[in-house]
Each structure stands twice: as C-alpha cells, then as structure tokens.
Design a protein around this ligand. Structure first.
Ligand code: 5AD
Ligand code: SF4
Length: 468
C-alpha cells in the first residue's frame, strides 16, 4: 500500500518544530481540546490529533471554551451526530468573540462530504480549519497556516495513503486502540463510510506489531484492533503482504505484556472458519464477537448489498457457538431501511430471538446524501418505524437481561479499567466477553486482571464482588 512520502513526513515535522518554537516563546503553554463524535476509529484518530498537538507544545484540555485550539472530530454515519456537531460548533461562536485568537477546526468524516464542508465555509465564519480524514497527518502544516491567520480547507478526495509514525496520546492504560486497516470496500447501500474514508487499505503487519509492542511497554494490557471490516485485512486488493487477519491475531497474541486482544468489526460475509479457530484456540483473544446482521429479511439484506442471507448468517453464528460455546455475540441492526415493510421487520424480530444476542446496537435508518439508499422511497411512515424500533428494544432488552442472569454465581476474570462512573466506591472492568462489571474495590486494581464473583445482573451490566 502507498504510504505518505518521506518528503511529506519531513515537512510535517518541520511545521511541528516551528509551531512548537512559537508556543515555547509564549508566557504560558497554550491549550488544545479535541472533541470526538462517533466510532472507535474516530477515537483512535483523536488520539493522534492529541499526540500531534502535544508535540507542538499544547497542553491537552477537555474544555473547549477555554482552549486556544479546538478541534471537532466528526462522524457522518447518521444525521443526529451531524446535528450535534453543528450545534456544538455554533455554540463556540461566543467564546471566539471573547478570544479572537482561538483557532476552531472541524475534521473527520462529515467534512469529506462536499455539501457539509460548503455549509461550514459559507455559514460558520468563525471556523478556521476544515479537513477530512485523509489529511489528518497534515495537522502541523494546517495549524501553522491557521496561526498565520489563514482559513484552511483540506477536503480533497483521495483513496488515502497510510501515514505511519504519527505520535499518539492515548487514554491511560489498560486499553489501547490500534487500527489495522482504514477505509471500506463494501458499499452497503445505506452507508457513507466508503465515500468518506476511501478504499480499504491494510497497515503492514510489522507496523501493527511494533505499535502493540510499544503499547505493552507503556503498561497497556489489552489491545483493540480496529477496522471497518477486519476480516478483509491482508486481502490482495488492500495489501502487499500475504498475511490473513487470523494470522495477524496470532502474531499479536505473542506480545509479552498484552493479556487480551479484541477486535472490531467483522463482516458476516467474510467470517472464516480460520478466524473462529483462532478465537477458540488463542487464550488471549477475548471471547467476544461483534457481528452486525443489520436486518433479518433477505429482501432487505439484498437491497442493503450485504452479501449474505439470514440463513447463511445463522449458519456462521451456529458455527461460532459450536466451537466457542461461551462467546458473547453482539450485533448492529437498522430499523426503517427504505424498502423495509412491517413483514420484513417481523423477520428481524425473529432473527434476534433466534440469535439471542448479548446486546444489540439498534439504529433508525438515516438518509445519507450520495448513497444508493438515499434514492429509494421509504415504505413505512416515521411513526411505524419508531413503533418498530421500540418493539425491537423491548424484545432485545428482555434477551439481554436473561443472558446476563446466566452469569450470576459465576466467577469471571475482569480487567479493571477504572472507577465506576456512577459510584466512586466501585471499580469498573470487563469480562473476556466484554460485559461491564461493577464491584467494590480501590484504584490500585486498575490495569489488573482480578477474579470477580457476579452477584447481580442488570440489562446492560453486571454487579460483582472481588474474590479473595
Ligand atoms: N442509518 C442508520 N444506521 C447506519 N449505520 C450505518 N449507516 C447507517 C445509516 N445510514 C449503522 C450500521 C453500522 C453501524 C456502525 O451504524 O448498523 O453497522
Ligand atoms: Fe459501512 Fe458496510 Fe463498510 Fe460497515 S461494511 S463501513 S456498514 S459500507
């Protein structure tokens, strides 16, 4: 795969040095804040933005209003996320009036859609910087231009290069997010991702392994390998190397210090037996699979261009459970795809009853400009769609609760992540299957694997007691 040129990399480090010098000459260090919307991939991109800002001499803050540089890293998957971005960017107008030197940037998937970047350009005059995911590594150059009072727009289309060696400022241990590939080639008809993130490209295994090793050296215990469709990692269309995803997983498992390996997302059409064996055989691979079905109706699946039928999906899921009986399985479902009828929706309810997912992330279909589904006429009314959505939640919540009930009395190994958000006396961690467990304990347990007896089950989480 094409990597950025050494000249580009050199130019970015020169810009970094110049901005840093400027910042060092100020009385006190300037502050920068990165606000993230959307998926884990975006979280990972934000860690790179923070890494670059830190190298340029900024202190990282989480308060946009008092920061000197604010960057909104946006998501384009659904409209409600976009509306939130417009609202939050608009709300900073006041802060910028008070501090005219404040630099406001908007980046990420939303900006790669021309109608959005045009709106920002013409109606949000207080925004100084706009750039898409392809230009992420050029932040030093973009920021330097903005500091010289230029308005910068970098949203040209590109199939994307891979930029290695960008500094990363991660969340503190134990979890490290490591992207293994970028982009998507699947073109599900509802989805904007292939248009904004470009074609699939895999990172080199050696670069991924080096990042995993360095995370382990910094005290990280779990890595989450990220890609829109990890099962096509190493495919000849997106890679020069002949290494499959299951092979990569087994290599990552050999890293000393890394105790757990997770990954997402798997596309059901590409789920191989080779991958199922790897999950079953490697102790470090978490017994969790996120396998989005999207719909239970074959007609809708065809219209979505998903490349499988409900039966084929269930055959794969049965195979997974045959080899890994205790595995946690989660899914994504879209309610109200344009061609979906109430009968199709019943098929979806049937499939979630059969699949007995531990958890489902359900979304109401959101029309995305430029995708094939945007041209399809909606069959159901908004009211019917919302009613179906509520029914799905009801059916799934009952299944989730029952599945969680099965854990009561068991002892699970928990990787402790930090304090519980709701009660500081409680710590929070996850089972190998990815279930959240809250239990009484102290911060000295963070980053440790501890045995916890589950004493109570809720719909979304479990409560436990630390074992001696
Ligand atoms: N509308 C609603 N949900 C969507 N997703 C992707 N595109 C859309 C859309 N246009 C959902 C899919 C995907 C998840 C990340 O977001 O379920 O798996
Ligand atoms: Fe979107 Fe489908 Fe690619 Fe997932 S696999 S990012 S849903 S196009």
């Amino acid at each position: 795969m094409r990597e950025i040129t050494p000249q580009q990399a050199k130019y970015q480090s020169e810009c970094t040095a110049r901005v840093k010098k400027l910042n060092l000459s100020r009385e006190s260090a300037p502050r920068a804040c990165v606000v993230t919307y959307g998926c884990q991939q975006n979280e990972s991109d934000s860690e790179k933005l923070r890494g670059m800002l830190c190298e340029m001499g900024y202190l990282i803050s989480d308060d946009p209003k008092t920061s000197d540089v604010v960057i909104f890293n946006t998501c384009a998957v659904r409209e409600n996320a976009e509306l939130k971005v417009f609202g939050n960017v608009g709300a900073l107008k006041h802060a910028k009036r008070k501090n005219p030197d404040m630099i406001i940037g908007v980046c990420g998937c939303m900006m790669q859609q021309p109608h959005i970047s045009e709106t920002i350009k013409s109606k949000y005059n207080h925004v100084d910087i706009v750039f898409g995911p392809h230009a992420l590594y050029r932040l030093p150059e973009i920021l330097e231009r903005a500091l010289k009072k230029n308005r910068v727009f970098e949203v040209e289309n590109s199939d994307g290069e891979i930029a290695e060696g960008i500094p990363v400022l991660r969340e503190p241990p134990p979890l490290a997010k490591v992207p293994i590939m970028y982009g998507c080639n699947n073109f599900c008809t509802y989805c904007i991702v292939p248009y904004v993130r470009g074609r699939e490209r895999s990172r080199k295994a050696a670069d991924i392994l080096a990042e995993v090793r360095s995370s382990a050296e910094q005290g990280y215990k779990e890595v989450m390998l990220l890609g829109q469709n990890v099962n096509s990692f190493g495919n000849p269309v997106n890679s020069d190397e002949n290494i499959s995803f299951p092979q990569l997983l087994r290599m990552v498992c050999k890293t000393d210090g890394i105790e757990r390996v997770r990954f997402m997302t798997s596309h059901p059409k590409d789920l191989s037996d080779e991958l199922i064996y790897a999950i079953a055989e490697e102790d470090k691979i978490c017994k969790q699979l996120h396998l989005p079905i999207q719909s239970g109706s074959d007609k809708v699946l065809r219209d979505m261009n998903r490349g499988y039928t409900a039966e084929r999906y269930m055959e794969r899921l049965d195979r997974v459970r045959e080899l890994i009986p205790d595995i946690t399985v989660t899914s994504d479902i879209i309610v109200g795809f344009p061609t979906e009828t109430n009968e199709d929706f019943e098929d979806t309810l049937d499939i979630i009853r059969r699949a007995r997912y531990d958890m489902v992330f359900s979304f109401i279909y959101s029309k995305r400009v430029g995708t094939p589904a945007a041209k399809m006429n909606p069959f159901l009314t908004d009211e019917e769609i919302h009613r179906n959505f509520d029914r799905l939640l009801e059916v799934q919540n009952e299944i989730s609760k029952r599945k969680n009930d099965e854990y009561v009395g068991r002892v699970e190994e928990i990787l402790v992540e930090g304090e519980s958000k709701t009660n500081p006396e409680y710590m929070c961690g996850r089972t190998s299957g990815g279930k959240t467990v809250n239990f009484k304990g102290g911060v000295e347990l963070v980053s440790k694997l501890v045995p916890v007896k589950i004493i109570k089950a809720q719909t979304w989480s479990l409560t436990g007691e630390l074992c001696d």
